[in-house]
Design a protein around this ligand. Structure first.
Ligand code: NAP
Length: 285
C-alpha cells in the first residue's frame, strides 16, 4: 500500500488567495473601488466569533473590505431579514454572509432566502441551491465548493465513482452530494435514519463525512484505497473520521485541521471577488 496523499487545503487556499490578490488589485485599478463582504453575526457563539474573525482576516489578506455586522442574541427573524435587505440594496456591498448557526428562535432558512442571489457568495439561498443543482449559473455553497475544488486540484477522479456523503444539512451534505452528482459520481446520501451505515460506507470510493460527531466514521467502515474527505470540525481540532486509524487504508485524505476548513474560506472569498467582478463588468483573465 502506498503512502496516502494529503489533500492539503491550507496550501491550496494560500495559492488561491495569491490569485485573488491580483484580481482584487485589478478591480481597484479599473474602478477605484474595493470589493466588500458583509458578514452578519447574531449573538456571540464562540465558534462563530472565531469563524467570522478568520473570514475577516482572509478578506484583509486579499484586499477585500470585511464589513462586520454584530446583532444581539435576542434579534428576531424580521430584524435579521431587515438587515439583509439593507445590504441587498447597498450598492457598495458585493457579498453577504449570515454566519451559521443563528440562535434557535430565528428562522435561518427564511433569512438565507432573503439574500439577493447576486450577493449570495456563501451559496445558502434555496434558489441558489436549485440553480446549482440544475447546473445553471449560480454561486455555490462554500464548503462543498471548497471540497470539490480540492478534489479536482489533486486530480481525484469523480466520474463513475461511488461517493457516500454522511450528513444531509442544507449547507453541507445536500449541496456536496449534488455537486458530486454533477461531476458524474454515483452518490449515496446517509443520515441519522440510514440503516447499516458501516456497510454503505464500505462501498465508497469517496467518503465525505459531514456529521458533526468526533471520529464518528471508523477505520473498519472504509474500503482499502478510498478517498476520505473529513468536513467535520469538532472542538479540539477533531474531525468526523477516525483519521488516526483510517489513514492507513485510504489513498488520499483531507487533514483536520488544514483540509476542508481553509477551502471553505477561500471559496467564500473567491465568490465575493467574482460577485464584484460581475458588478463592475470585469472578466477574469
Ligand atoms: P448538521 O446540520 O448538524 O448536520 C449533521 C448531519 O449528520 C445531519 O444530516 C444528520 O442526520 C447527520 N447525522 C447525525 N447523526 C448521524 C448518525 N448517527 N448517522 C448518520 N448521520 C448522522 O451539521 P453540518 O452543519 O452539516 O456540519 C457537519 C460537520 O461539518 C460539523 O462538524 C461542522 O462543524 C462541520 N463544518 C465544517 C465546515 C468547514 O468549513 N470545515 C463548514 C461547515 C460545517 P439527520 O438529517 O437525519 O439529522
Amino acid at each position: 500500500m502506498q503512502t496516502p496523499m494529503i489533500l492539503d487545503g491550507k496550501a491550496l487556499a494560500k495559492s488561491v488567495e495569491q490569485e485573488l490578490q491580483v484580481r482584487v488589485q485589478r478591480i481597484k485599478d479599473k474602478t477605484g473601488r474595493v470589493p466588500v463582504l458583509a458578514t452578519i453575526i447574531v449573538g456571540n457563539d464562540p465558534a462563530s466569533v472565531t469563524y467570522v474573525r478568520m473570514k475577516g482576516n482572509a478578506c484583509n489578506r486579499v484586499g477585500i473590505r470585511p464589513l462586520k455586522i454584530e446583532m444581539p442574541e435576542e434579534s428576531t427573524t424580521e430584524d435579521v431579514i431587515r438587515q439583509i435587505q439593507a445590504l441587498n440594496e447597498d450598492p457598495d456591498v458585493h457579498g453577504i454572509l449570515l454566519q451559521h448557526p443563528v440562535p434557535r428562535h430565528i428562522d435561518e432558512m427564511a433569512c438565507f432566502n432573503s439574500i439577493d442571489l447576486a450577493k449570495d457568495v456563501d451559496g445558502v439561498n434555496t434558489n441558489t441551491f436549485g440553480r446549482m443543482s440544475m447546473q445553471m449559473d449560480a454561486f455555490k455553497s462554500a464548503t462543498p465548493l471548497g471540497i470539490i475544488t480540492l478534489l479536482k486540484h489533486y486530480n481525484i477522479p469523480l466520474e463513475g465513482r461511488e461517493a457516500v456523503v454522511i450528513g444531509r444539512s442544507p449547507i453541507l451534505g445536500k449541496p456536496v452530494a449534488m455537486m458530486l452528482l454533477n461531476e458524474n459520481a454515483t452518490v449515496t446520501i446517509c443520515h441519522s435514519k440510514t440503516k447499516d451505515l458501516p456497510e454503505v460506507v464500505r462501498r465508497a470510493d469517496i467518503v465525505v463525512a459531514a456529521v458533526g460527531k468526533p471520529e464518528f466514521v471508523k477505520a473498519d467502515w472504509v474500503k482499502e484505497g478510498c478517498v476520505l474527505v473529513d468536513a467535520g470540525y469538532n472542538p479540539g481540532n477533531i474531525g468526523d473520521i477516525d483519521l488516526k486509524n483510517a489513514i492507513a487504508k485510504c489513498s488520499a485524505y483531507t487533514p483536520v485541521p488544514g483540509g476542508v476548513g481553509p477551502m471553505t474560506i477561500s471559496s467564500l472569498i473567491r465568490q465575493t471577488v467574482e460577485s464584484a467582478e460581475r458588478k463592475f463588468g470585469i472578466t477574469n483573465g
